[in-house]
Design a protein around this ligand. Structure first.
Ligand SMILES: [Zn+2]
Length: 121
């Protein structure tokens, strides 16, 4: 299976073979932070498998969608706690009839802060 990691200015890192994506904001100017994100993107890219992803995901639900949103907000310059707060606020509007999703958002918020604490995003 031929595939390669492709940089798209408006989307961040993407896969040439499927819809895999790793959003990295060009607003990240700190080169050390940027390098960490690039490395993370490369490692995530290496782990994903294009055909499998398409076959096993009939619905477009993403595993850590809230965590990803928080990560993007932090890349745009928000403090981690503020990013969690904002995503939870949005989730409480978007999923007000779905307590399960809110629960998931909170759990991912906790996970996100734990990761920040441990020094990786
Ligand atoms: Zn792919």
């Amino acid at each position: 299976m031929h595939r390669s990691i492709v940089w798209k200015t408006d989307q961040g890192w993407t896969c040439s073979g499927c819809d895999w994506g790793y959003p990295i904001s060009i607003a990240v100017t700190d080169s050390a932070v940027r390098r960490a994100y690039d490395n993370l993107a490369l490692s995530e890219f290496g782990k994903h498998r294009c055909p499998e992803k398409i076959a096993t995901q009939p619905t477009p639900t993403r595993r850590n969608e809230f965590l990803e949103k928080m990560r993007v907000l932090v890349m745009r310059g928000l403090k981690p706690a503020a990013a969690v707060e904002q995503v939870l606020r949005e989730a409480s509007v978007d999923h007000r009839d779905n307590p399960g999703m809110l629960e998931k958002a909170r759990a991912e918020g906790d996970e996100f802060l734990r990761r920040v604490e441990e020094g990786y995003l």
